[in-house]
Each structure stands twice: as C-alpha cells, then as structure tokens.
Design a protein around this ligand. Structure first.
Ligand code: BES
Ligand code: ZN
Ligand code: ZN
Length: 510
C-alpha cells in the first residue's frame, strides 16, 4: 500500500472512497447554516464545515433513521456524494467527541481501511478529525491504516484466497494533511511497518521459523539497514557458559542461537544510558518433558513474540535514529521433549554462575532469559526491557486487555508506562515485593525455576529479577496480548505486534 499526503479539502480529493470521522453528537446541518457566517465556517473543524448541502442532509437522515449514530467504530456509506470528487463517502464513528483520543483515531482509520478493503476500494482517502495536534493526527491515521492492512493468510494459495475475500487490496492511501506533516507520515509508516514485520514473524509456523531461520531474518535486517547484527551460535553459547539456555535447547534437533542487534547513534549521546531489549524467542514450546496438553498447543508457535517484537522495534529505530545506543539480545530455542531433553529435577548453571533446579521444563522462557539478561548487562546495557510470552498466569490476572509490567526501578517504570500511554499499548503495573521470593527456594540449587501455583506471573518475574539486578529493568509478560483471539473491526485475529510501539517510543524519549 502506497501512502501520500494531500493538502486538498475533502471534496476535492479524487479517490474510490473518502473516509470522514463523525462523532455521536448529532449532526445538525441547519444549525450550522444559521449559526455561522461564511467566514466563520472556514474555521470550523472539517468535515462539518465544508459539506455540500445535499450531502449534509443525507447524513442528517442517516442520524435521524438511526442508521448511523457516530458511535465508535460504526460505519455507513454514501455513494456518489454530491459535491465530492470521491466516488463514495465513508462515515466512520468516532464516539463522543470529548472522549476522542489517539487510540480511537488509530482504530477509526483501521476500521475504515478494513471496511473499504472488503468492499473492493483500491484508493482510500482519510481525513483527520477532532482537536488532536495535526501532526499527531497524520501519524495516527497512517499507523491505524497500515496496521489494519496486515493479513495473516500468507500460506493460502490464490485460488482459496479468491473464494473468501475477493482478493481485494488497497493500493493507495491518501491522508488529508499539509506537506509540513510529511515527517510525521514517515514516522507513522516506520512504526506500523515495523510492527507488521513483527506480526509476520509471529505468524510463521514452528516448522518454517526455527531459531536458525529467525537468525537469518535478523541477518537480512542487518543488510537492509545500518544495524549491526551478530548471531551467537551453539559453540559460542557454550563458551559463554549459558547453561540455563543450553539446557532448554538440548531436547531439540534445532540448534539454539542468541541474536544480537546493535544500534549506535552517530552523534555522541548526552547521557550514558544504554538501552537493552531482551526478547523471549521460543520458536515452538511443547513444554519439553513436562509436556503441554495437546489442546491449543498449536498456539505455542507464538512463544517467540517477545523476541520478534525486539527485532521489529530495532527495524524502526534504524530509521528513526534515537539519541542513545540500543542493543537487542534475543535468545532463541525450540522447547522439545527429544531423547536428549532435560529432565525435571536437572540442575543447570547459568552464565551468571547461579545454579537452577529445573522443576518444570515448561517454565523454559525464564531459563533462556536469565542468560540473556546476564549477557545484555555484560554488553553494557544500563536500562533493560524484556518482553516474553512468559506465563498463563498473567492471562488469569489481566486477561487479554493489558500487558503485565514488572520492574525493580520505580522511575524507569514510570518512564516506560508514560511511553506506553503515548504509544497506545495498554499495560498495567504488577507487584514485585520481596516476599514473593520466598517461593523460590530449592533444597539442592540456588533457586528453582518455578514457585507455587499462586501468583505465577509474579514469581516468574521474581526469578528474572535475580538475573536483571542491578540494572534498571522492566519485564513485560505479553502472554495474554501477543495474539488477538478474535477479529476486531480494525485488526484481524492473529499476532498483535505488541509491545513494538512502546519500545520505539521509550527509545525515542531517551
Ligand atoms: N509459553 C508459556 C506461557 C504461555 C501461556 C504463553 C499461554 C502464551 C499463552 C510458558 O513457557 C509456560 O509454559 N509457562 C508455564 C509456567 C509454569 C510451568 C510454571 C505456565 O504458565 O503454565
Ligand atoms: Zn513453556
Ligand atoms: Zn514458553
């Protein structure tokens, strides 16, 4: 999909369809005619000011007949709207204007795009609305539309695609906004395309995306950008004494890797902060010898979503060029119950020197992250963020609505949560009191890899903290959020690409 800006008013944009956002407050055409003088109308927010009388009375009728009420994500359309060059006018509900937000703006753009695409529109135009900053609006519309354009059906042959969805594709997206906002359009594009890149990786099945294939994708990213990509292979991981990671990998024929992606700013940074992004990339999690039930196991192809998010964020940072260095460390393994698999009760020695009793081989994410967190600190990272589909327990706590955020540092957590607000990714702070550590006692080793049934996402985080201290650290448990379970009007069922936007935002804020 190509994107462009246009400075034309809505009526003068040539497109197959133009989408305008309308709010719940009733659209009273006569009121406008009476209340405002001609000059004043020019200052009114579009689209209300400039609509042709015939079209506005048609819209009035839609409201009157309750065919369209402006509720968030509602859609209606008018063919051959009088006064417009576009063939169709797409009305998108924005909800109550007082409650309109950047998140609603992305969603409105996404809803319009998915609706238009299904109806065979090839050139879609979309206009800002409400009173958000005009530059922000351009970025948000681009993000919302590009994210909505993502599809998961990559392995459908064209014949079966044609049956379900008429093979439709939006070729051109035109956003109404002046040329002065071009950098915001580019920023929105970089962010959304990076997030879609992450979603493509997460969508891949376990047979086609092994740790080695993920590493190859990262190497390709290095060729395409100025990022430096290094892949640590098995013998290197052995030299580094990463016993926790190697223990997980030994049950699979697929060799483990750690993918390291480095971004260095050209100019000398003002601060000595060095951001570290650590992402769990288990390309398939069977549970190992503590094998998972077969029902729903196919979902465990998305157990690499944390690592894929780090790669996506780095792809965007290569374009957006933050002021500080950022290093991504992505440990990748396949968790299988092969003949050489580790057993429950095995003791492994992590890179940090701490010994771990592996009571459950399905708690493998924390084992590979332990070594990756140690390595990231050895690489000089001062501020760490890890993301992992770590526990089913976080889904019990927060459902599919928010990412769980754990931290050992209040001010770093505040900065991070502020970035997540701007990025429009919903998160929630979780506790990490010292008392939770009482569950992590092993009679034989320094610590076990699991606690009791209770507070499972917190004891998992507490385990990671033993390897993250003393760096400022944030752990994101994205198990409930990495996969969208049901189609939304603005996003298809499938990988979400969370928390790519927040990672980009926090790096750009630093
Ligand atoms: N990859 C899973 C967690 C998961 C669950 C991700 C649901 C996405 C959706 C993780 O490796 C795991 O198996 N965790 C166990 C830990 C338990 C053995 C302490 C869990 O949450 O059940
Ligand atoms: Zn597991
Ligand atoms: Zn897992």
């Amino acid at each position: 999909m190509k994107t462009q800006l246009t400075a034309f008013p809505p009526e003068q944009v040539e497109a197959d369809a133009i989408a305008l956002i309308f709010f719940e407050e009733k659209f009273e055409e006569e009121e406008f005619e009476e209340k405002f003088e001609e000059e004043e109308k020019d200052e009114l927010p579009r689209p209300v000011a400039a609509l042709d009388a015939e079209t506005s009375s048609l819209i009035g009728e839609l409201y009157e007949n309750k065919e369209f009420s402006g509720k968030a994500l509602e859609m209606a359309w008018i063919h051959r709207p009088a006064g417009f060059l576009a063939q169709r006018l797409l009305l998108v509900g924005g909800g109550k204007s007082a409650e309109f937000s950047s998140a609603k703006m992305r969603q409105a753009a996404g809803t319009a795009l998915r609706f238009a695409k299904k109806k065979g529109v090839r050139h879609l135009a979309i206009a800002p609305a409400g009173d958000l900053d005009p530059g922000d609006q351009v970025q948000l519309l681009a993000e919302g539309a590009i994210l909505a354009d993502y599809e998961t059906d990559v392995y459908k042959t064209s014949a079966s695609k044609r049956e379900d969805q008429a093979g439709s594709k939006i070729e051109q997206l035109t956003i109404l906004g002046g040329r002065e906002h071009n950098s915001r359009l580019e920023r929105g594009k970089a962010i959304a395309e990076a997030q879609n890149f992450t979603r493509e990786l997460v969508n891949e099945p376990g047979n086609l995306l092994t740790p080695s294939v993920l590493a190859a994708r990262a190497i390709q990213l290095g060729y395409d950008t100025e990022l430096e990509v290094e892949v640590l292979r098995k013998s290197h991981l052995e030299d580094l004494k990463m016993g926790a990671l190697l223990g997980v990998a030994q049950g699979s024929v697929e060799p483990p890797v750690i993918i390291v992606v480095r971004y260095r700013p050209k100019r000398r940074p003002r601060s000595d902060e060095h951001l570290g992004f650590v992402g769990k990339a288990v390309t398939f999690d069977t549970g190992g010898i503590s094998i998972k039930p077969s029902e729903g196991m196919e979902k465990m192809k998305y157990d690499m979503a944390g690592g894929a998010a780090m790669l996506g964020a780095m792809k965007a940072l290569a374009e957006l060029k933050p002021a500080i260095p950022v290093t991504a460390v992505i440990p990748s393994v396949e968790n299988m119950p092969g003949a050489a698999a580790q057993r429950p009760g095995d003791v492994v020695t992590s890179m940090s020197g701490k010994t771990i009793e592996v009571l459950n081989t399905d708690a493998e994410g924390r084992l590979i992250l332990a070594d990756a967190l140690t390595y990231a600190q050895q690489q000089g990272c001062t501020h760490l963020v890890d993301a992992a589909t770590l526990t089913g327990s976080i889904v019990v706590a927060l459902g599919h609505e928010r990412v769980g955020v754990f931290s050992n540092n209040g001010s770093w957590q505040e900065r991070f949560l502020a970035a997540s607000e701007v990025a429009g990714e919903k998160m929630w702070p979780m506790p990490l009191d010292e008392e939770y550590k009482d569950q992590l006692k092993s009679p034989i080793a320094d610590l076990p890899n699991i606690g009791t049934r209770w507070g499972g996402s917190i004891t998992a985080a507490m385990f990671l903290k033993q390897f993250a201290d003393p760096a400022a650290w944030i752990h994101l448990d994205i198990a409930g959020m990495a996969w969208i379970e049901k189609d939304k009007p603005y996003l298809p069922e499938g990988p979400s690409g969370i928390p790519v936007r927040t990672l980009i935002q926090v790096a750009m804020d630093s």
